[in-house]
Design a protein around this ligand. Sequence first.
Ligand code: SF4
Length: 333
Amino acid sequence: MTVEFDQQIGKQEAAKQPQRFVVDFWMTGRCDMECPFCYGADVPTASRIEIDNSGKDQKVYLYDTTEETRAITGKGGARPEMTLTQMQEIVAKLKDIGVTTLTIAGGEPLLRPETPKIIKFAHDAGLEVYLSSNGTFFKRHYNQVKDYISVLGLPLDGSTPNMNVLMGRREYLYKNIQGILSYLGANPPQHKVKVGTVVSRINIADIEQIGQFLYRSPGQCQPDTWRLYQFEPLKKGAKNRELYEISDSEFDDVVSRLQLVFPEAQISARSNNDHMNAYFFVTPDGMLQTVDIKHRSVADLLSTSTEDLKSIVGSYRDTQIRASKNREWLNSQ
Ligand code: SF4
């Protein structure tokens, strides 16, 4: 009886274990796009030239510190974008505290020449790596990263170039994504492909047409996951909410309709409520952040020991569980 009882309790405890421990690693806040709903890494506010170890000029990007960062580090002033060595140290630290999955994001992560090296480093350390890119630098870097990623994530917010522009994307986004999906159709990848769409007042009537483009275009790679994001008034989005915002019920209705129209698609919806307390971020200057109605720094990864980090992260157990649930779509076949 006791053994059965213990087994039952063991099963209940196992059910509470997050399947993954996911951290979003923002390589940079720089991006070739300036989407009006972006809530990725902050954009650097300044830069300076430094001489690196080999005697070459190196441009260093600087980020303003937030109130929480100053409270943690005890220092004001700007912090530089991390070097390759610093990023590798942090990836190793994250692995040591039990992180299983890194989302490599930004800004546009492939703007940094160090990104393919970090992806390989994380993969070789045994981490699952998901690359979230806007696709602009795909041709330049894809062959360097394709063997080390589990998923490539790409955006598409309209079924036409014009709808993407109306959403605030650059005019070349549509053509780039079309080109990448055609390339992957002809060269089937080992990794999975995810397409993400921000659903807003502007494109809500076009979402079904995006599905037609993704799932009914001959010769194109069909995404393993189509992830629908409810527009969220965070960061830049907060200034543009009147133009973009949709209600929870409007979002739910779109998702239900699409699931009926595209039964072959794995559609994964992320409402604003799902976003809340469901992420850990590494900022380009090395802070660990969480997010509720705003992003909050909780540790300086560059100076916090692995032991202290374990205990800090341990106090965000719910965030770990929600972050894992939020990325269940990574299991798609
Ligand atoms: S492409 Fe992504 S990271 Fe770049 S500005 Fe747009 S939403 Fe932000």
